[in-house]
Design a protein around this ligand. Structure first.
Ligand code: HQG
Length: 184
């Protein structure tokens, strides 16, 4: 399968498994899972046919490991990034001392006022390293900027951190006092 097909399927799966399952008439269970058979049938009926081997290839090869299969390999879900209500059953974990958040300069004034907020997702998403944060920022229009998060201080102050199956750190919010702009 060529890369553009891989990306196209990944985007489609992100849309229906994170945000709009109802668009193709599927229902995620409370933990975000849907039967692969049901998903493929619904996709076919909505003019986006995917063959089963393509789906498995996307799960395996996806650049960010966005999707997981259950142990029976008959159910699939997105690992993070949902806007629909799902319980991913992640357990709180102690974060590394420092985490990073990539964003764009024109939202900095707002972030300085209210800290990092989850906006439409379940959590604020934080990266382990600066390169990943820069890549997150690059998805947006405008000058990229990386914020340094004092995750250890937050954790000591009682904020709960979760690590998604694809290594994205998740937290409810990051108040301004734990944020610094990375000097380039
Ligand atoms: C910004 C992608 C104004 C925040 C990525 C971000 C990531 C504020 C945007 C994952 C704000 C939300 C998540 C405030 C936060 N005022 N703007 N107080 N607080 N923001 O897409 O972190 O490819 O929901 O900086 O790689 O950009 O989808 O979050 O710019 O891992 O798998 O509000 O999505 O992964 O945007 O990205 P998003 P994000 P996938």
């Amino acid at each position: 399968m060529n890369n553009s097909r891989l990306v196209k399927i990944s985007k489609y799966l992100s849309l229906v498994l994170r945000h709009h399952p109802e668009k193709i008439g599927i229902k995620l269970d409370s933990h975000g899972w849907v039967a692969i058979e049901e998903l493929l049938e619904a996709a076919k009926n909505h003019n986006f046919p995917i063959i089963q081997t393509e789906l498995y290839t996307v799960v395996e090869k996806n650049d960010k490991k966005r999707f997981s299969l259950d142990s029976t390999e008959t159910f699939i879900r997105a690992n993070q990034g949902h806007s629909v209500e799902v319980d991913l059953q992640l357990k709180p974990q102690i974060p590394p001392d420092t985490l990073y958040h990539g964003t764009v300069i024109h939202v900095i004034d707002s972030i300085k006022k209210t800290g990092l907020q989850k906006i439409s997702r379940h959590h604020v998403h934080l990266s382990n390293d600066i390169t990943t944060a820069r890549n997150v920022a690059k998805r947006r229009k405008g000058k990229s900027i990386v914020l340094v998060v004092d995750a250890m201080a937050m954790s000591e102050d009682g904020y709960k951190f979760y690590l998604s199956h694809n290594n994205v750190w998740l937290v409810d919010e990051v108040p301004t006092k734990y944020l610094q702009i990375l000097s380039t």
